[in-house]
Design a binder for this molecule. Structure first.
Ligand code: C5P
Length: 220
């Protein structure tokens, strides 16, 4: 029997990658599989939490009992995250949100013509940054940082700038870590900048560790 230590806890989780349309048949996407976010959602539900999962692109399906809202673009994800933010105690942003969207999405399929083609991109809203500014005393905000260099420094900077309670940093240039694999290698960084190294681990097991840490934060 799983300990029901998330009973009466409402948790909002984002997972998967967003897709930004270029024209009716093309998009800009990323390599996120959704595995990390879904693993956290499943583990939280098993421990008694009421789970809302805002899911970007993924092939995964969630268990019955988890409320799933499917989205495609970063803007759609933002709308649903913000609509659900105030009513949740814990918010985990595991989604790989596109940093840029296509400035003008073509209504028709773009035909090949010239040798060069440029797309103008505009910055997407940083959903997590916005949440950090609105966070209440009783809410916990957890983010992820996928980096290919300066992992610790960039992650610590995000923790501060986005007003997070915890950040899970992974070096996506490592084999068996990050996008589209079942395992991860991470550093978990808390508010006091205490860093815990988690060597190669299954994403399902990492989900439990993350929830244990959230549990400690919420009882403090
Ligand atoms: O700044 P960076 O994109 O590396 O931050 C990663 C964290 O911020 C992740 O938790 C991700 O889900 C979140 N994020 C977001 N909105 C964006 C970009 C990232 O919420 N536009």
């Amino acid at each position: 029997p799983v300990q029901q230590d998330f009973k009466n806890v409402k948790i909002l989780i984002t997972a998967g990658g967003t897709r930004e349309p270029i024209d009716p048949v093309r998009y800009i996407g990323n390599r996120s599989s959704g595995k990390m976010g879904y693993a956290i959602a499943e583990a939280a539900a098993k421990r008694g939490a009421a789970v809302t999962l805002i899911s970007g692109v993924t092939t995964l399906t969630a268990s019955a009992g988890i409320k799933v809202i499917k989205v495609e673009t970063a803007k759609e994800m933002q709308q649903h995250v913000e609509a659900n933010f105030a009513s949740n105690d814990v918010i985990v942003m595991a989604a790989a949100v596109a940093d840029y969207a296509v400035a003008e999405v073509s209504e028709q399929k773009i035909k090949k013509a010239s040798e060069k083609l440029s797309l103008e991109l505009v910055k997407n809203p940083d959903i997590l940054l916005g949440l950090g500014q609105k966070k209440q005393q009783n809410q916990l905000l957890i983010g992820f940082a996928a980096e290919t260099q300066n992992l610790l420094k960039y992650a610590q900077d995000k923790l501060q700038r986005k007003n997070l309670d915890m950040i899970i940093a992974n070096d996506v240039s490592k084999v068996n870590a990050g996008f589209n694999v079942d395992t991860n290698i991470v550093k978990i960084i808390g508010k006091n900048n205490l860093v815990e190294d988690i060597p190669l681990i299954k994403k399902t097991a990492l989900a439990s560790i993350i929830l244990d840490k959230i549990n400690k934060l919420k009882t403090h």
